[in-house]
Design a protein around this ligand. Structure first.
Ligand SMILES: Cc1cc2nc3c(=O)[nH]c(=O)nc-3n(C[C@H](O)[C@H](O)[C@H](O)COP(=O)(O)OP(=O)(O)OC[C@H]3O[C@@H](n4cnc5c(N)ncnc54)[C@H](O)[C@@H]3O)c2cc1C
Length: 430
C-alpha cells in the first residue's frame, strides 16, 4: 500500500518541536518529517541570554523535548539541513542535502534571524549577534576573555545580555538610539524605571544616542557617537531586532505582511497556499484583542500558534490562542507581560518603587477604551495571573482600586469580573 505523504515541518525550533508533539498527541500516526538548519535538536532560546550565557553547564538543560523524544515518537528529524525551495503546486520541498520531500501538509516554523548592521556582517571578529546556541557559546567564551562589553540596542535581548554581563563582573555600556528603553514593547513608565535601575547597577546607559562610526580593529571594535564620545571594546554585541525568516515563503509565492515581513496566517495558522501553514516568529496574524495584524516574537506565541496549526492540519478545531504572554529576566527582576503594547494605551501604576529598590514589586495596568489590554508585572507574576480574568473587560471605573496595592487582588478581581461581565451581558441583550 502506498504510504501517505508526510507532514513536513520546516524549522526545528520552538514552534516546530511543539507542533510535532501536538500532532502525535492528537493521534496523528502517519509520518512527520522535521527539517532543521541547525545541528542541534530543538532547544529553548530564552536561556541563551540568561543561564546559558552565564554558564556552559546549563547547555544540556534546554531541549524543548528530551533527546529521546523524536525517535520514540517516530519523528524523522533531519538536522543540519535547510529547505531551499517549496513548490506549493506540487507539494514538494527541496533540501540542501539534495533530497526532495513530497508532503501532504507543510508547517513553516522558520523563526527569524538577528538583524545585522550593514557594516558588521555576521562573522566580523569580536562582533556578536545572539540568536542560536552556537552564538551564545561564542559570546560566553568571548566574555570570559574580556573585562568589558558594549551592547548596541536597549531592547529585551540587549538588556538581558547586559544584565548577564554585569552579573559576570564585566564593565557594560549600552547604547540605544531611542529616548527610552524597550520602546516598542513597553510604555515609557517601565522604560524610565528600568533605566534608573540599570544605571544604579553600574551600567553606562546612553539613550537617544546616534552612532557615527563603528570600526573593527585588529583587536576589538571602536564605536563612536555623533557627539564624539568613543569606546574601544574587546566585545561588541549587536541586539537591534529580528528579521523574520520568510524568504522561503516569499519564493513560494505566499502572502507576506508588507509592514512586518511575516508570513500571513489566518486564525487557524493557514497561509495563503493550500496545505501550507506557518507558526512562530516568522508568522504574522490578526489579533482580535488589538484589532490589528502583528508578528509576536515570544516563546508563548510560538507554542500557541504551533498548537493551533497542528490541530488545523489534522482538520480539527483548535481552542483559540490564550492572551499573549511574555517574560524577561534582567537586573534582578522577573518582568512578565500579558497582552501587548499598542498605540493609545494609558498606563497606571500598582505600587511604584524606586529603580534602585533591592526587591521591587509592582504592576502597570494598561487600558484602551476603558478595557484592560496590557498588564506588566515586575516580580509579581502571581498577581499577573489573577488579572488574566479581566483581559478585554471594561475596568475603567475599578482602575483606582485595582491600582491600590493595599487591597488584595484576588477578591478584587472576582468583584470586578462579576461586575464587568454582568454589564457586558446586559449591554448585549439591549
Ligand atoms: C536569546 C533569546 C532570548 C529570548 N528570551 C525570551 C524570553 O525571555 N521570553 C520569551 O517569551 N521569548 C524569548 N525569546 C524568543 C523566543 O525564543 C522565540 O520567540 C521562539 O524561539 C520562536 O520560536 P520559532 O520556532 O518561531 O523560531 P526558532 O526557535 O528560531 O526556530 C526556527 C528554526 O528554524 C530553522 N530554519 C529557518 N529556516 C529554515 C529552513 N529553510 N530550513 C530548515 N530550517 C530552517 C532555524 O535555523 C531555527 O532553528 C528569546 C529569543 C532569543 C534568541
Amino acid at each position: 500500500m502506498a504510504q501517505q505523504a508526510p507532514i513536513l515541518i520546516v524549522g526545528a525550533g520552538q514552534a516546530g518541536a511543539m507542533a510535532a508533539a501536538e500532532l502525535r498527541k492528537l493521534g496523528h500516526a502517519d509520518r512527520i518529517v522535521m527539517v532543521g538548519g541547525e545541528r542541534h535538536a530543538p532547544y529553548e532560546r530564552p536561556p541563551l541570554s540568561k543561564a546559558v550565557l552565564a554558564d556552559a553547564g546549563q547547555r544540556g538543560q534546554i531541549g524543548v523535548h528530551p533527546a529521546s523524544f523524536y525517535a520514540e515518537r517516530e519523528i524523522d528529524l533531519r538536522l543540519g539541513t535547510t529547505v531551499t525551495a517549496i513548490d506549493p503546486a506540487r507539494s514538494v520541498a527541496a533540501c540542501t542535502d539534495g533530497s526532495e520531500i513530497h508532503f501532504g501538509a507543510c508547517l513553516l516554523a522558520t523563526g527569524g534571524s538577528a538583524r545585522a548592521l550593514k557594516a558588521l556582517p555576521p562573522g566580523t571578529p569580536d562582533v556578536h549577534y545572539l540568536r542560536t546556541l552556537d552564538d551564545a557559546d561564542a559570546l560566553r567564551e568571548a566574555m570570559q576573555r574580556a573585562d568589558e562589553i558594549l551592547v548596541i540596542g536597549g531592547g529585551f535581548l540587549g538588556l538581558e545580555t547586559a544584565s548577564t554581563a554585569v552579573d559576570l563582573g564585566l564593565k557594560v555600556t549600552v547604547l540605544e538610539s531611542a529616548d527610552t528603553l524597550l520602546g516598542r514593547a513597553a510604555p515609557a513608565e517601565l522604560g524610565d524605571w528600568l533605566a534608573q535601575r540599570i544605571r544604579a547597577r553600574g551600567v553606562d546607559l546612553r539613550l537617544g544616542c546616534q552612532i557615527a562610526a563603528i570600526e573593527p580593529q585588529s583587536q576589538g571594535v571602536r564605536v563612536q557617537l555623533a557627539d564624539g564620545t568613543a569606546w574601544q571594546v574587546p566585545v561588541l554585541v549587536v541586539a537591534i531586532g529580528l528579521t523574520p525568516n520568510s524568504g522561503l515563503a516569499a519564493g513560494a509565492g505566499l502572502a507576506l505582511h508588507p509592514g512586518n515581513g511575516g508570513i500571513r496566517i489566518d486564525e487557524r495558522g493557514r497561509t495563503s497556499a493550500p496545505n501550507i501553514y506557518a507558526a512562530g516568529d516568522c508568522a504574522s496574524q490578526f489579533h482580535p484583542l488589538f484589532g490589528t495584524e502583528m508578528r509576536l516574537e515570544s516563546w508563548q506565541s510560538a507554542n500557541e500558534q504551533a498548537r493551533i496549526a497542528a490541530t488545523s492540519m489534522l482538520g480539527l478545531e483548535a481552542a483559540p490562542a490564550a492572551t499573549p504572554w511574555f517574560w524577561t529576566d534582567q537586573f534582578g527582576c522577573n518582568v512578565q507581560m500579558l497582552g501587548a503594547a499598542h498605540a493609545g494605551i494609558r498606563y497606571a501604576w500598582r505600587e511604584r518603587p524606586p529603580g534602585d529598590a533591592a526587591s521591587p514589586k509592582f504592576m502597570l495596568l494598561g487600558t484602551l477604551d476603558g478595557r484592560l489590554r496590557h498588564a506588566i508585572a515586575v516580580n509579581a507574576g502571581g498577581d499577573l495571573r489573577q488579572l488574566r480574568a479581566l483581559f478585554g473587560l471594561p475596568v475603567e471605573e475599578h482602575l483606582a482600586r485595582l491600582c491600590d496595592a493595599a487591597l488584595p487582588l484576588r477578591q478584587l478581581v472576582r468583584e470586578v469580573q462579576a461586575d464587568a461581565t454582568g454589564r457586558t451581558a446586559s449591554l448585549t441583550t439591549l
